[in-house]
Ligand binder design. Structure first.
Ligand code: DO4
Ligand code: MG
Length: 299
């Protein structure tokens, strides 16, 4: 069972549940956290509450006919880094221009007890399905980072799973690791969606697969695939470090790191199209758009 939001005839964001058959049932709650809190009051699971609504629903719709938006206004998006071997190799390449001759801090963080956790986005910088993700105007080496996102509450309980795109500038991070926030955070640099797969509907999240496709002029120029099973750390461990001595808000998203990296010579272009699919959650699809310098506040 998945939870979405779509834009209804009154131009409002409508919360809804999607069955395995892609049938959409409106939910009588303003947002995802309201269903979670209601389920807690009733001592029931979100899945039970949603199933009760579906039993009496009259007005179902088809998913493909709807305009989707982010399924949740995540107050903050955090991200874990260098959690897959593939990411460690890519980070080492960009930091050394491929001339790796000794251990780097990326090797160290991959093996360390403490994971890399960084702040990625706020609700205002985060876009949903079919919204454009932007390119930075001062970078020549940009990629999408397809990641499994965890939707958590303030206590760190995992409520569901979402698809995330941690857009990244490899040249800025490679120049100096202290530039990480600039390599990761700018307008429309984070996308989440298209649905929240309820935690209770997933037996083993490590069995989830992630697929990324990039299209240019309607031709596929990249496709990669990986399994969450390849993650070096446990999902619980990442949440544990995020919430340690921290105030986390209900509905926060924690992206768990990338395991798919396009070839080193690849960079995103204006008008490319990115699809990130986690089967059972759905396909997060975003066009890529250049930002002009005038939007960057440089005078
Ligand atoms: O160390 C930089 C960030 C790496 C990252 O975002 C990832 O591994 O997904
Ligand atoms: Mg990442």
């Amino acid at each position: 069972m998945r939870i979405i939001r779509y834009v209804n005839d009154q131009h409002q964001k409508q919360l809804a549940a999607v069955s395995n058959e892609h049938i959409v049932f409106d939910l009588p709650f303003p947002d995802f956290m309201s269903v979670v809190n209601y389920a807690r009051e009733k001592n029931q699971s979100v899945l039970q509450i949603v199933n009760d609504v579906i039993e009496t629903a009259k007005n179902e719709k088809l998913l493909e006919n709807l305009t989707l938006t982010t399924p949740i206004d995540a107050p903050e998006v955090w991200a874990a880094g260098v959690t897959y071997e593939k990411s460690k190799e890519a980070r080492n390449y960009e930091a050394t221009q491929g001339k790796l001759d000794s251990e780097t801090f990326y090797d160290k963080v991959y093996d360390a007890e403490r994971p890399e956790i960084f702040f990625k986005s706020t609700s205002a910088r985060t876009v949903g399905p079919n919204d454009p993700v932007y390119l930075r105007s001062d970078s020549n080496w940009q990629i999408p980072e397809p990641e499994l996102g965890l939707v958590i509450d303030g206590a760190g309980e995992v409520l569901g799973y979402i698809v995330g795109n941690d857009m990244s500038c490899r040249d800025i991070e490679g120049e100096n690791p202290l530039y990480l926030p600039q390599a990761k955070i700018w307008k429309n640099s984070c996308a989440i969606g298209p649905a929240i797969l309820l935690k209770d509907a997933v037996e083993d999240p490590y069995e989830l697969k992630i697929i990324c496709r990039i299209f240019r002029n309607d031709e596929k120029v990249f496709e990669g695939e990986a399994k969450v099973r390849q993650l070096k750390r446990s999902l619980d461990e990442l949440v544990h470090y995020l919430i340690r001595d921290n105030d986390i808000f209900d509905g926060t998203v924690l992206m768990t790191g990338t395991c798919i990296v396009p070839p080193n010579e690849f960079t995103l272009n204006d008008k490319d199209h990115i699809e990130i699919e986690i089967p059972r959650i759905g396909v997060l699809s975003n066009p890529v758009k250049s930002q002009s310098l005038s939007t960057t506040g440089v005078h």
